[in-house]
Design a protein around this ligand. Structure first.
Ligand SMILES: *[C@@H]1O[C@H](CO)[C@@H](O)[C@H](O)[C@H]1NC(C)=O
Ligand SMILES: *[C@@H]1O[C@H](CO)[C@@H](O)[C@H](O)[C@H]1NC(C)=O
Ligand SMILES: *[C@@H]1O[C@H](CO)[C@@H](O)[C@H](O)[C@H]1NC(C)=O
Ligand SMILES: *[C@@H]1O[C@H](CO)[C@@H](O)[C@H](O)[C@H]1NC(C)=O
Ligand SMILES: *[C@@H]1O[C@H](CO)[C@@H](O)[C@H](O)[C@H]1NC(C)=O
Ligand SMILES: *[C@@H]1O[C@H](CO)[C@@H](O)[C@H](O)[C@H]1NC(C)=O
Ligand SMILES: *[C@@H]1O[C@H](CO)[C@@H](O)[C@H](O)[C@H]1NC(C)=O
Length: 924
């Protein structure tokens, strides 16, 4: 054996010995296995603990010299036991323990966790721990991070906290801090403490003063949504910001958003001179921002959104003229009721990267001074009242990524010069401004956009060929831009990143090619509605999720395999075209479809029958075609089916008893067909029904008295049939006609297009209110209470019980043989302007003059009504903020509400005003 071989053998021996020393000790492996028994070892996404060397197990780490287990991370592992096994205590060297995101079904924290002498990291976050935090945790004197957030825990004796002398980070967010006044004193003793997170905590005692502020290292204090509670009444208590807060001069990050502190921001905030980030969203700042804020020379980020500042922006000139000029990087003042012009001094904030002044009442122009913001990346002035021009100096901003000017009244021309140096621009939204975009046909833009919204600006008449250069484009909205052109072929097949394509409401014409390709997004949305497209309905990409083609001149039959070709299709709108042929049989293969509208076409044949087929279909609109036959059974087997519009077809026969299964049906509109037989009694079992129209059919016999069991019904139109017999006395019991309604419309975009006024998803329907037919959207429909029995052969006395129908707006018995007085109180809420009802009912009057002055009131009413009192204001505005498409729709929706008012009667209007005053009084 030579020397080399000996050395080699020795090395081998040493490395083997070393490796053995490294693998985990038997006792620790057994302890781990015992502990793991209560976890689901076969749970998806985790590898099971197998093999001898526990140091190799997922979530386990050992010290690389001693081999002891030092680190245990069980985050998210499903727990299946009833308590933790204390065997874990054998891991004496454990320094890191993560038991977060495990659903423990309200287990309490085992006190023995306090025995891990070497622990420096402990997270029990979001694991559904319950009960009181055990004081034994105070023994963890080496602990640097303690995260108890997001459980159902109560801290009720905080003395032990003061023993955690190594603590750097303490997170107890989303807990109750009750029966303890000393939590603050205890934290105040921790010399190294850097972060305190008490977001969304409920305190029964939030100390106002602290004799000696000791927090020398504290840099972060998170009191987001924290509030003072009266636990005996379970209600919030108002409180002002505590004094001691403004003496923690080391503080760099202060989060007070939505905290329950109601008083104004004190002048003392100017003492927090280390502050870098201040978030004060949704706090009442009515008196403005204290001028001392100008002392915060480190302040980079100031977010005050949703806090009512309610001043002219220019009043802050001095505040922003000092050292904030150089420090501020982000200024977010969305929804703060700012008014006045955009002052020139904004241009002096020369480190600004984000400026968001959206959703205020700023007026005037986009000033030239903004062109001086050399580092700006995001500029947002959406939804203001800007009514001037846009300075060309914006073309300087060569770091700009996002520009939002939508929903203002900006005027003038946007030229290529405005974009000259915007090489990094990715998002641009100029929508809803009367701006004229003067961009030449062969322009080569300096940017590569991903989102472009010019909706409502004047861009046409030519289709912008420079779009061809925008390869990354994902979101494109050119609706209502005055384009009067054919769409070039490259658009249909080379824009392969587009997920949202909106060309609605232009004058686009021509036949679509048979091969259309956009991105692979499984939610691809294409809106070509309200144009002059013609020819057959082409093949759209198989990943199309929403397809709006209404109000064009598409003709011929719908491809029979359309639902097979587009398995992701959720919305299909083809109404108002020249479609003929049958409803495609592939509807029986549809998978995700929830809304179909093919009304106002020339469809013929019967509704397809798809026995045993289940889809998500909610809404089927086929009015105004030439369909024949009856209503197929399968529709009522669909669990979500709620709206069936078959008005003005040639359907016939008796109503099939399979309709009985339509338990979620809200709307059944069968007017203008040839249905025969009696009105079935079982209709009264469709308990969700809100709107029922059987008008202009051939129904005979008596009106079933049971219909009054439909407690949600507020529109019942049985006019123009051959019904006979008396008016059921029970009709005095219609619940929803007794009191005026307030129900919630679904706030989804309209089915026909986002841009097709007057036709809204939720419900929309043509109503004939005494000789005048109009389309009513859900907003108005939901307010309507109508009982129309006119043009039948009803006889007998008008029952006195109808007096109960106080909410009734239209009550029509004309052209019958009924006798007697119409009870005088019907529909009369005790005001002179109540509807005059009789055998001839009222005629609507035009209210256009009133409408203007009362527009605001109506918007408010609609907002409240549509949101529903339960959902509340923030649900709506929350959605408004989040979803841009919804926001656009919303404003259009509100606009068209206004339009629809022209067709309603003065009576309705009087009622509305009355409701308004009620709302005002309840609110006040
Ligand atoms: C463990 O997880 C697997 C896969 O997620 C599941 O099938 C099994 O039912 C679970 N076992 C227990 C006891 O919960
Ligand atoms: C042990 O691990 C630590 C941290 O992972 C590393 O810095 C150190 O170099 C390792 N020591 C040896 C001997 O591998
Ligand atoms: C929270 O814990 C308390 C007991 O501490 C218990 O009564 C309550 O049901 C728990 N709540 C939830 C949502 O688990
Ligand atoms: C301040 O902190 C020190 C530890 O750094 C502690 O000994 C002292 O008691 C604290 N003072 C107060 C008033 O809490
Ligand atoms: C703010 O600082 C000033 C000067 O140091 C001091 O006089 C004042 O008391 C401080 N205010 C508060 C609330 O701590
Ligand atoms: C812009 O709006 C402001 C405030 O409403 C108004 O005072 C001003 O006259 C308007 N300017 C123009 C050019 O319309
Ligand atoms: C664009 O940038 C170049 C170089 O940075 C500069 O010379 C030019 O003036 C800028 N143009 C505009 C319109 O700001």
């Amino acid at each position: 054996m030579d020397c080399k071989a000996i050395i080699r053998a020795l090395l081998l021996f040493l490395s083997l010995a070393y490796a053995t020393a490294l693998s985990c000790p038997d006792s620790e492996r057994e302890a781990l296995l015992k502990f793991a028994r209560d976890f689901n070892q076969t749970a998806a996404g985790f590898s099971p603990w197998e093999g001898n060397d526990c140091c190799e197990w997922e979530g386990v780490e050992c010290d690389n010299r001693t081999g002891h287990v030092v680190h245990l991370d069980l985050q998210g592992r499903p727990f299946a036991g009833s308590k933790f096994d204390p065997s874990l205590l054998r891991l004496k060297q454990l320094s890191y323990l993560d038991l977060s995101y495990i659903d423990l079904a309200c287990l309490s924290i085992p006190p023995w966790i306090g025995s891990f002498k070497k622990l420096n990291y402990l997270s029990l976050s979001s694991s559904n721990f319950c009960g009181v935090v055990p004081t034994q945790l105070g023994n963890l004197s080496r602990l640097q991070t303690l995260d108890l957030s997001g459980n159902n825990l109560t801290l009720s004796n905080a003395d032990w906290l003061s023993q955690l002398t190594s603590l750097l980070r303490f997170d107890m967010s989303r807990s109750s801090i009750e029966n303890t006044s000393n939590w603050l004193l205890a934290l105040n003793m921790l010399p190294l403490l850097q972060d305190i997170s008490l977001a969304r905590c409920e305190f029964d005692n939030f100390p106002h003063s602290l004799p000696f502020v000791n927090f020398t290292s504290l840099s972060l204090l998170d009191l987001y949504g924290a509030s003072l509670w009266d636990f005996s009444n379970n209600s919030k208590v108002n409180s002002s910001l505590p004094d001691w807060l403004f003496r923690i001069t080391s503080l760099q990050y202060l989060y007070l958003t939505e905290s329950g502190f109601t008083e104004l921001i004190p002048f003392a905030i100017g003492n927090l001179t280390s502050l870098k980030v201040l978030e004060l969203e949704s706090v009442d700042l009515d008196a403005g921002i204290p001028s001392s804020l100008s002392n915060l020379c480190q302040l980079r980020k100031l977010r005050l959104l949703f806090s009512t500042i309610n001043s002219q922006l220019d009043t802050f000139a001095e505040l922003f003229s000092g050292c904030l000029q150089n420090s501020l990087q982000e200024l977010d003042l969305r929804f703060t009721s700012l008014s006045g012009n955009i002052p020139d001094w904004i241009g002096n904030l020369n480190n600004l990267r984000i400026l968001d002044l959206s959703e205020n009442s700023l007026s005037g122009s986009i000033p030239a001074s903004l062109g001086k913001l050399p580092k700006i990346r995001k500029l947002s002035f959406n939804d203001n009242k800007l009514n001037g021009t846009v300075s060309e100096s914006l073309g300087n901003l060569n770091e700009l990524i996002s520009l939002g000017l939508s929903s203002n009244s900006l005027v003038g021309v946007i030229s290529e010069y405005h974009f000259s140096n915007l090489t990094k621009l990715e998002y641009i939204d100029l929508s809803n401004n009367p701006l004229v975009l003067n961009l030449s046909h062969n322009w080569v833009p300096p940017f590569q956009l991903s989102d472009l919204d010019f909706s409502g600006c004047k861009l046409g008449p030519q289709f912008p060929s420079w779009l061809q250069t925008q390869k990354p484009l994902n979101y494109l909205d050119l609706s209502s831009t005055g384009i009067s052109d054919s769409v070039p072929n490259w658009f249909w097949n080379s824009m392969t990143n587009l997920s949202v394509v909106n060309l609605a409401n232009n004058e686009l014409h021509g036949v679509l090619p048979n091969l259309i390709k956009f991105s692979d997004d499984p939610e691809l949305s294409i809106d070509l509605s309200s144009n002059f497209f013609e020819g057959p309905v082409p093949r759209f990409p198989s990943n199309t999720g929403q397809l709006y083609l209404s109000n064009n001149s598409f003709m011929g039959p719908i491809p029979d395999d359309i639902f097979q070709l587009m398995p992701n299709l959720r919305v299909l709108s083809l109404s108002m075209n020249k479609i003929n042929g049958r409803i495609p049989v592939s509807i029986c293969d549809s998978q995700l479809i929830s809304r179909i509208s093919i009304s106002n076409n020339h469809l013929s044949g019967e509704l397809p029958n798809c026995p045993n087929h289940t889809t998500y279909l909610e809404d089927l609109e086929l009015s105004n075609n030439s369909l024949s036959g009856g209503i197929p059974k399968w529709l009522c087997d669909l669990p979500w089916f709620q709206s069936l519009h078959l008005r003005e077809n040639s359907l016939s026969g008796e109503l099939p008893s399979s309709l009985k299964a339509c338990k979620s049906l809200h709307t059944l509109d069968l007017g203008g067909n040839m249905f025969t037989g009696r009105i079935p009694i079982w209709l009264a079992e469709l308990s969700s029904l809100k709107i029922l129209s059987l008008k202009s059919n051939k129904f005979v016999g008596q009106i079933p008295t049971e219909l009054s069991n439909l407690t949600a019904l507020h529109i019942l139109d049985l006019s123009d049939n051959n019904l006979s017999g008396p008016i059921p006395i029970s009709f005095g019991n219609f619940m929803s006609m007794r009191t005026p309604l307030n129900y919630m419309c679904d706030y989804f975009p309209p089915l026909d297009s986002y841009y097709n006024h007057g036709s809204f998803y939720g419900e929309n329907m043509i109503l004939d209110i005494k000789g005048r037919e109009d389309l009513y959207g859900c907003d108005l429909l939901s307010q309507m209470t109508i009982l129309d029995l006119s043009r039948n052969s009803l006889s007998g006395r008008i029952p006195d019980e109808l007096t109960n129908l106080l909410g009734l707006l239209v009550f029509d018995l004309s052209s019958n043989d009924v006798m007697g007085q119409v009870p005088s109180k019907i529909g009369n809420e005790g005001e002179a302007e109540g509807p005059t009802i009789g055998q001839s009912s009222q005629t609507p009057t035009n209210v256009s003059e009133n409408a203007d002055e009362n527009r605001k009131e109506i918007l408010l009413l609609c907002l409240i009504t549509i949101a529903g009192f339960a959902v509340g204001f923030w649900a709506i505005t929350g959605v408004l903020l989040v979803d841009k498409r919804f926001r656009i729709w919303w404003f259009r929706y509100v606009d068209s509400l206004y339009d629809s008012l022209y067709v309603t009667s003065r009576v309705w209007f009087a009622r509305l005003k009355k409701k308004m005053s009620k709302i005002n009084t309840t609110d006040g």
